[in-house]
Design a protein around this ligand. Structure first.
Ligand code: ASP
Length: 325
């Protein structure tokens, strides 16, 4: 009898604690870890959706850039943070899809160590070079890479990042090699590409639209079945003669495993409202982002998608023989 009362009281306490979380959350700023340098696509997407999520939640979302090891340093930190809703992170196809194949000692499991909050944006991949690169289209670009790719510098955001994995796939398909230069994100990589200090790269469209339109870099192809409305003059890889090179990336929000369900639901709702907001959606679309449909907005959907991404990338990267350097 006594025991039953104690158990009952504990259950009540538990309920009260959950209720309190839902009612008082958030009562201080939320940190969103961006696992790359400021100014790159992950950072830009985090700031765009974070701004609107802050308004919905009534507390500021503060972006913290924790770069290194292709994004895995920041995500490791996020996975180990206290699961109270005050630390969340912006992951992507690299950190939550490619990393397990490349980092044998990865200290998180993308499929187990997170509460998936929701997809923020799809990001088609483009093949780009510095503006005075001696090629006029994808075919002539590939010819130069095959002839002397090893003497050309390819900028990427670290082993396992989107730029690294998607250019690995590209170079293995055309049978060429480059000299690979790692950055802490493709924000700084793009600055060097514009300055002509590196020769080429593959990256998420969100990073590239403004510089392609300004003529500051050249874009040879977009690796999606259709052209992007944000860059209607850039041909698809199919049109440009490399139809098998099809790859898109994505950015999505995660919380550490164990974050209370009601808080996860609040964050998911705030993210979905950000995507529904006309001005926020326009900012993402203008940069070439692809907005998730309603069906693609839930945490459950993202959890399943992450598992399918890990399953998709592991054999591709193993076959390409890529290892963490
Ligand atoms: N787009 C980058 C990547 O290659 C990372 C970044 O957002 O800076 O993964």
């Amino acid at each position: 009898m006594k025991r039953r009362i104690v158990v009952g009281a504990l259950a009540l306490l538990g309920l009260a604690a959950t209720g309190a979380t839902a009612q008082t959350y958030p009562n201080k700023p939320i940190t969103m870890i961006v696992p790359f340098a400021a100014g790159g696509p992950t950072d830009v997407i985090a700031r765009i959706v974070g701004e609107h999520m802050s308004r919905t939640l009534g507390q500021q979302i503060v972006v913290e850039n924790v770069a290194g090891a292709g994004g895995t340093t920041g995500i490791t930190r996020g996975a180990r943070a206290t699961p109270d809703g005050y630390t969340i992170m912006m992951g992507h196809m690299g950190t939550h899809g490619a990393a397990p194949a490349l980092y044998p000692n990865l200290r998180y499991d993308p499929t187990k160590d997170f509460e998936p909050i929701g997809m923020a944006a799809g990001t088609p991949i483009l093949i780009v070079s510095k503006k005075d690169f001696p090629a006029t289209d994808l075919k002539s670009f590939i010819a130069v890479l095959k002839e002397r790719g090893d003497k050309l510098n390819e900028a990427h955001a670290g082993v396992g990042s989107v730029s690294h994995t998607t250019c690995t796939m590209f170079m293995s398909q055309i049978g060429a090699k480059s000299t690979r230069v790692a950055y802490r994100g493709t924000g700084p990589a793009l600055n060097d590409l514009v300055a002509g200090q590196v020769d080429f790269g593959c990256d998420q469209i969100v990073n590239l639209v403004q510089q392609v339109n300004a003529g500051a870099i050249k874009a040879y192809a977009i690796a999606t079945p259709e052209r992007s409305p944000a860059l209607p003059n850039v041909p698809t890889t199919k049109e440009a003669g490399l139809p098998d090179y099809q790859v898109s990336a994505w950015n999505a929000v995660f919380a550490p495993k164990g974050t209370p369900k009601d808080i996860v639901a609040r964050l998911n709702d705030a993210l979905s409202k950000a995507i529904d907001d006309e001005a926020t959606a326009k900012r993402l679309l203008d940069l070439g982002g692809v907005l998730p449909t309603k069906a693609e907005r839930s945490g459950e959907w993202l959890g399943q998608f992450v598992a399918s991404e890990v399953a998709r990338w592991t054999p591709v990267l193993k076959a390409a023989g890529v290892k963490a350097e």
